[in-house]
Design a protein around this ligand. Structure first.
Ligand SMILES: [Zn+2]
Length: 329
């Protein structure tokens, strides 16, 4: 069992199933968008450096800087396209990009326009980057049931145009009350959408079990603390729940104190369907290549383990056949 030839590893085309649109705006584009608005670019400087490890607050604050710049159709569409180009440049052949549309209505865009702009960007990116991609819509902790319903309504309305799932994101540490989301996620599932939930990242492993039980999660974002709850491990294994692992992000948010503590290898040993993802290209200063190099070199995964990660990514894709261009209604 030798180390995989790094050239070969990097040449293999992969999936990225956990990637936030607002955390992945190209730095040059952020500067451009800020200048277009006549905004100060000085505060953007912090984003152009890698975030410190172990500082969740500093990590989340980076989104506050980006979001005001993503309030127009053009900005969202451009970002969608560029993300796929950047993903493809680092070896992705399929990506699921996610965001919360309600965060992009601060300057008057309607919910539907936000989703359409992102879908149009992804449609362009699929062409220019030569890869496949789908969209996931995120609900956020702290939302009420009517806001969760708005997310589900959008996902259902745009399902055949490339929205494949709903997600629950946001600050898991603020509490993990899933009740406001139960009805909306149930409606989304009934309409044929998939479900992924951020759980066991800032919160305990029990949250993973709750996300599977209450919201029907088929994949879990991070799940870093899953081994804190044997029941969660068992449920995830038996139900073939995908675990979207983002190594760099886990260090930066303090989900693990050091890479050596990361349970990725243990996940694979327990038969959990872990897959490597980036979380945020810009906010995390990451790309798919970096994540795979961390797994191969810093975590010293074997060829067999890396192969399993690769296969899990493809097995856990939410992509289905439904994809009709916008504007055909
Ligand atoms: Zn995430």
């Amino acid at each position: 069992m030798g180390e995989m030839n790094p050239d070969l590893l990097l040449k293999l085309r992969k999936t990225d199933l956990h990637l936030h649109l607002d955390g992945s705006v190209r730095p040059a584009t952020l500067l451009d968008l800020a200048r277009q608005r006549g905004a100060q670019t000085a505060q953007l400087e912090s984003i152009f450096r890698a975030p410190p490890n172990g500082d969740l607050k500093a990590y989340l604050e980076r989104f506050d800087i980006v979001l005001p710049l993503l309030q127009t159709r053009d900005a969202l569409q451009r970002t969608g396209r560029e993300i796929l180009e950047d993903c493809a440049a680092h070896g992705a052949m399929y990506a699921e990009v996610r965001f919360c549309p309600l965060l992009h209505t601060k300057e008057g865009l309607m919910d539907a326009a936000v989703v359409e702009a992102a879908l149009e960007g992804l449609a362009e990116g699929r062409q220019t980057a030569g890869m496949q991609a789908r969209l996931i819509l995120c609900a956020l902790h702290g939302m009420d049931a009517s806001q969760a319903d708005r997310i589900a309504d959008l996902a259902i309305a745009y399902h055949r145009h490339g929205v494949v799932a709903v997600d629950l994101a946001g600050d898991e540490g603020r509490g993990f009350d899933l009740e406001p989301f139960r009805r909306a996620f149930g409606r989304a599932r009934d309409a044929g959408l998939h479900v992924t939930v951020h759980a066991g990242e800032a919160g305990p492993g029990e949250n993973v079990a709750e996300a599977i039980e209450t919201l029907g999660a088929e994949r879990i974002g991070h799940g870093t603390r899953i081994f804190g709850d044997p029941k969660a491990v068992e449920m995830a294994r038996e139900n073939h729940v995908g675990i979207e692992v983002c190594l760099k992000s886990n260090l930066q948010t303090g989900a693990v104190a050091q890479l050596a503590d990361h349970p990725l290898r243990r996940m694979l040993a327990f038969g959990l369907a872990a897959t490597l993802c980036t979380d945020n290209l810009t906010v995390s200063h990451s790309n798919l290549k970096d994540e795979w190099l961390l797994a191969a070199h810093d975590l010293s995964l074997t060829d067999a383990e890396l192969g399993q990660l690769l296969a899990n990514g493809f097995a856990q894709m939410f992509m289905d056949d439904a994809l009709e261009p916008l504007g055909n209604d």
